[in-house]
Ligand binder design. Structure first.
Ligand SMILES: *[C@@H]1O[C@H](CO)[C@@H](O)[C@H](O)[C@H]1NC(C)=O
Ligand SMILES: *[C@@H]1O[C@H](CO)[C@@H](O)[C@H](O)[C@H]1NC(C)=O
Length: 414
């Protein structure tokens, strides 16, 4: 009897270590994924004769790979090239497998995958958990195992799994099951889930982020981004308002995903594009472009290749910046990151965000936001790369932020 008691006690303590809710442990997405995804700009992209400028086909995907490879985006960290909905035939083959659209992807997906991999880049695809995808192509319901295996055979490195036309209870089991099938393929595949968006905005319930973050590498929290400033603003507001709830689950291997960047679509001013990318970097959000790569302006390209800015977004600690409300509707986002001075003092980035019209002047004291180095900090303007001044913990800093723009500084401990 006594031995059994000891056994149970031991089992209990072992369980304390290994039975607690485990995060998805596939070793992937240690930093927020960066790359390009078709949906935002190309949408379904099937009317290739009538609208060749928005055709989702092999030529497009290979040319995106070429541009990322040739024009410095790869060196900046852009890596995943992801085909969203509308890539398949409407019927599965006689073995129940998905088939790439024969006219738009004449060589099939393995060919594209090989092309992308030969450039040292990574390949992503898309499916939906229900019978059909959001755009009514074959969905994975009833085929999770076959589809996971097909995607693995095609050599994909990232899978976006959507949740259109699924009940709440089905979503809650399907994402877990699909993840298991992906794992079984033994191919490392970043698992992107749209799960919490559907729970909150379609089924009007509270997402269980503890559960979601234990099965997915990243997950969409909020609506699809549209190509407008208003959409960028609404998205940022959502992350600001929901910071206390969602920041807990965010970090290496597990990311909140505010959806794609809308660079290259011609709708943002320079200030708005600075703001868009700066907040995404502060959030440690995935940075996925969705545009005709040839339509990125010289200024947008400069921002995307600004390694001081990208380094904040790709920081290995993966902290989601915390928003503070300052006067005049300014939000001060503060993010702790590397490098450290010694083993004690972190660096920090501060982004002063003005989403309203009209410039605003605010003051703040760095020491109020978690900074500790008594020797102070050197301050770099992230957009110019210039070192401005050194500050102490008690210095009051006054900054004027233009209308719908951002001022962003990195503070390195002295
Ligand atoms: C499958 O899951 C196990 C356990 O979490 C993990 O160690 C392994 O890396 C996973 N494999 C793949 C290919 O995701
Ligand atoms: C900031 O401090 C560093 C280290 O003490 C020093 O080298 C540098 O000159 C200072 N910069 C300014 C602008 O005072």
């Amino acid at each position: 009897m006594k031995n059994i008691h000891v056994l149970f006690t031991m089992a209990f303590f072992v369980c304390l270590f290994i039975c607690r809710v485990k995060l998805l442990d596939n070793g992937l997405a240690r930093k927020p994924p960066m790359g390009w995804m078709s949906w935002g700009y190309y949408r379904c992209g099937v009317d290739c004769d009538e609208n060749p400028g928005k055709c989702l086909d092999e030529y497009l995907i290979l040319s995106v790979a070429d541009t990322i490879y040739n024009e410095g985006y790869q060196e900046a960290g852009f890596e995943y090239i992801i085909i969203d909905d509308c890539w398949s035939e409407h019927e599965r083959d006689s073995h129940g497998r998905l088939v790439a659209d024969r006219s738009r992807f004449p060589h099939g997906m393995k060919y594209i995958s090989d092309y992308i991999h030969a450039k040292g880049l990574k390949f992503g695809m898309y499916t939906n958990v229900a019978d059909v995808t959001c755009m009514i192509y074959p969905g994975s319901k009833g085929y999770f195992g076959i589809d996971a295996m097909t995607f693995a055979e095609w050599g994909i490195d990232y899978l976006k799994v959507d949740g259109c036309f699924a009940s709440e209870s089905f979503l809650n089991t399907a994402y877990i099951k699909f993840g298991r099938y992906l794992n079984k393929t033994e191919r490392p595949i970043v698992y992107s889930c749209s799960w919490p968006f559907y729970i909150q905005f379609i089924h009007h319930n509270k997402p269980n982020y503890a559960q979601i973050s234990s099965h997915c590498n990243l997950w969409r929290n909020y609506l699809d981004i549209e190509n407008s400033w208003q959409a960028v603003r609404n998205t940022i507001k959502f992350y600001q308002n929901n910071y206390p709830e969602i920041s807990k689950y965010h970090g290496p291997g597990q990311w909140n995903d505010p959806d794609m960047l809308i660079f290259g679509t011609g709708v943002l001013t320079e200030g708005q594009s600075r703001l868009h990318l700066a907040v995404y970097a502060m959030l440690s959000a995935p940075l996925l472009l969705s545009c005709d790569m040839n339509k990125l302006t010289a200024y947008e390209k400069k921002l995307l290749l600004n390694m001081d800015l990208i380094a904040v977004g790709q920081d290995p600690l993966g902290v989601m910046a915390r928003p503070y409300d300052l006067p005049h509707s300014i939000t001060l986002w503060v993010k702790r990151h590397l490098p450290m001075k010694g083993d004690k003092y972190y660096s920090f980035s501060f982004a002063l965000v003005n989403m309203e019209t009209g410039e605003a002047t605010v003051s703040f004291t760095p020491g109020d936001y978690g900074l500790e180095s008594v020797d102070g900090y050197s301050v770099m303007d992230v957009f110019s790369g210039k070192f401005l001044d050194n500050v102490t913990l008690t210095n009051r800093i006054t900054v004027t932020v233009p209308s719908q723009d951002v001022m962003m500084y990195t503070l390195y401990a002295l």
